[in-house]
Design a protein around this ligand. Structure first.
Ligand code: GAF
Length: 396
């Protein structure tokens, strides 16, 4: 996997804006387990991957913001003091949302602030469940903070990027995606407690590879099924809370609670809640299995997580089910499941490295035979958190 080139974006930026930029990068992510648990204050276990967004930035003498997207071949122009208050369903919602949220926090983007020119280029597949949006937000945030001569702790950046999604873009997403982009580590998955934001890094053994299979079925979080699922989860939580007021979010509920009071919920709401309660248990167990080298257990938990996502959360799609089933039949496959927000996107496969090339080939063939679709299969690497890449600097 090659991330978009640093020298390429420097040249592009200098050619367009006649200034040498500083360049920041932020990774996409793959989630090994723990789906739709983040906004219920539960547990997730993602890894940052070697797909990324680069943001090149330089200060301007005037009060204008100019952002060129190499991916969309389009430029937006704004005055610093007059940003729209909400997104307009456009790629620029992400970088402009970053400026607006930092302005509300009093950190950047004041009317009197100098403007900046930014060039964006990324290779995280869009709408594929690999967190292209968080990668774009976090890279933009590092760039805007640089121009504002400010810096923030990675956890705080993650929280502010979540606000960009929730308050500016209009997607009710959780903390997982910006958090892993800000705090991931090379060769590691990260078990995150989404309530306390405490986390531990779990090494991915060298003999295992992350193989990501793109079903090519696209999804979007702004509106649609993602927000509907979240609303159903909140409906179920409110019913449980009537009986046990200490249940703030589903993180606090047990299977016993669901057995006692689930009958008061519509069937679909009960199923959504059951997915989250069981997924939290599976995620913590999966981190233990990864750390203790119990790969059989890890694979089983991933299979159960997929079944729960498909049957209880009803967030899978026929193509992803086919992809997971085909993967399970291949030699060297430790575990496979649909990753990310659901309704399409990618499956994540943990595969013995020695078998990963043949695994990818066979999965591609089998999927084409079964669905007629040419899947993209990426052999990825767990990667580092967001950081400055030019001038070189490894710290966030
Ligand atoms: C999307 C969201 F952005 C995350 O917050 C998370 O809820 C995920 O879907 C599902 O686990 O990526």
């Amino acid at each position: 996997m090659t991330a978009p080139g640093v020298s390429g974006i420097r040249n592009l930026h200098a050619g367009r804006f006649a200034k040498e930029p500083e360049v920041f990068t932020a990774p996409g992510r793959v989630n090994l387990i723990g789906e739709h648990t983040d906004y219920a204050d539960g547990f997730v276990m993602p890894a940052a991957i070697d797909f990324a967004t680069l943001a090149a930035v330089s200060e301007r003498e005037d009060h204008r913001i100019l952002i060129w997207s190499e991916n969309f071949q389009e430029q937006v122009k704004q005055d610093v003091g007059t940003l729209p208050e909400r997104g307009r369903h456009h790629w620029s919602d992400y970088p402009l949302g970053v400026v607006e949220i930092l302005r509300r926090e009093g950190i950047a983007g004041r009317e009197s602030s100098r403007g900046f020119s930014m060039t964006l280029n990324g290779n995280v597949p869009l709408g594929a469940g690999l967190s292209s949006s968080a990668s774009l937000e976090v890279a933009s945030m590092l760039a805007v903070l640089h121009v504002a001569k400010a810096s923030l702790a990675p956890q705080v950046m993650a929280q502010l990027c979540q606000r960009v999604e929730n308050q500016y873009v209009g997607a009710s997403t959780g903390i997982m995606d910006p958090f892993i982009a800000c705090c991931g580590a090379e060769d590691h998955a990260l078990l995150l407690d989404c309530r306390s934001l405490e986390y531990r890094l779990a090494p991915i053994p060298r003999h295992l590879s992350l193989v990501i299979a793109n079903t090519m079925v696209k999804h979007s979080h702004a509106g649609g099924e993602y927000n509907t699922r979240r609303a159903e989860v909140e409906e179920g939580t409110a019913i449980l809370r009537e009986h046990r007021p200490e249940i703030r979010l589903l993180r606090d509920a047990t299977m016993e609670d669901l057995e006692r009071w689930g009958g008061e919920m519509p069937e679909s709401v009960l199923k959504r809640c059951r997915h989250i309660v069981t997924e939290n248990l599976r995620t913590v167990a999966a981190a233990d299995a990864l750390e203790s080298g119990d790969l059989k257990k890890l694979g089983q938990l991933m299979a159960e997580a997929h079944a729960s996502y498909r049957d209880d959360f009803e967030a899978s799609c026929p193509e992803a089910d086919v992809m997971v089933e085909l993967a399970g039949r291949q030699q060297g496959c430790v575990g496979a499941r649909l990753t990310g927000g659901g309704f399409g996107g990618c499956t994540v496969n943990l595969v013995e490295t020695t078998q990963s090339a043949i695994f990818a080939e066979r999965l591609h063939e089998g999927y084409r035979e079964a669905t007629g679709i040419d899947a993209e299969i990426y052999r990825c690497h767990a990667s580092a958190a967001a950081h400055r890449v030019w001038p070189e600097d490894k710290s966030c």
